[in-house]
Write a protein that binds this ligand. Structure first.
Ligand code: ADP
Ligand code: ADP
Ligand code: ZN
Length: 222
């Protein structure tokens, strides 16, 4: 299964992508996690990426595209992957199309998760991320078993600098200007599945599984 998770920051893409990756036994490919990893390592790419991330701006397309192409060429991605946070611009989507068709592959569904701005602000304000493995939770809506400690690996939970109120507003603006054109892009390709991201984490997961199953039946005729 090859899925793209789309939606504004805080929509729940990462949360759902973690669950979907487990369900379909395929990698969760999060460009945000990959860039945070590069920042932590202090690599040259990480140093450049950080300048953009701290402002809530997008990292230049060539850097992002090269990194994703390299990742999806790894053997563990052969049977599918859940893309989370990529593509975020039309240029990224076009580059992905080109590299997929070169490999005779295609995206199955683009899941567009829709959440209101007021809810986004609440979700991002309470989001906590694991310093070691990138796992996320929410202090109120989806708390970790032990306060401040990652359920997944026992690492330390912290609040991302770009989840501050001011940077969130910048990221929302960037999303509306640069990423929403992708809704029409994927609609025209017949791949867009829009769902509401309001409701509990499990309700949203079930909604996604429903549209994936439904479209599977109608396109494969099984
Ligand atoms: P994204 O990857 O789209 O930025 P996340 O998956 O990191 O979003 O979710 C943002 C925050 O909201 C996290 O703290 C997460 O625990 C929380 N969250 C995710 N889904 C829901 C939901 N359905 N209801 C309430 N909080 C949620
Ligand atoms: P969120 O889940 O809250 O939407 P991400 O973790 O996906 O945020 O991304 C964090 C930051 O990493 C973005 O604000 C941006 O600076 C950078 N980034 C991640 N993915 C991309 C991408 N596809 N194109 C450009 N920049 C990206
Ligand atoms: Zn962890």
């Amino acid at each position: 299964m090859k899925l793209i998770m789309m939606g504004p920051p805080g929509a729940g893409k990462g949360t759902q992508a973690q669950m979907l990756a487990e369900r379909f036994s395929c990698p969760h490919v999060s460009t945000g996690d990959m860039f945070r990893e590069a920042v932590k390592k202090g690599s040259p790419m990480g140093t450049r990426a950080r300048e953009y991330m701290d402002k809530g701006a997008l990292i230049p397309d060539p850097i992002v595209i090269g990194m994703v192409e390299e990742r999806i060429d790894q053997p563990d991605c052969r049977n599918g992957y859940i893309l989370d946070g990529f593509p975020r611009t039309v240029a990224q989507a076009e580059a992905l199309d080109t590299s997929l068709s070169r490999r005779g592959a295609a995206i199955d569904h683009v899941i567009n998760v829709d959440v209101e701005d007021a809810e986004i602000v609440k979700r991002l304000a309470g989001r906590r991320t694991c310093r070691r493995c990138g796992w996320t939770c929410h202090v109120v809506f989806d708390p970790s078993k032990v306060v401040g400690v990652c359920d997944n690996c026992g690492g330390e939970l912290f609040q991302r600098a770009d989840d501050s109120e001011k940077t969130v507003q910048a990221r929302l603006r960037v999303y509306k200007e640069q990423t929403t054109p992708l809704i029409q892009y994927y609609q025209q390709k017949g791949l867009l599945r829009s769902i509401t991201g309001q409701g509990s984490i499990n309700e949203i997961f079930n909604r996604i599984m429903e549209v994936v199953d439904q479209n599977h039946e109608t396109t494969s005729g099984e």
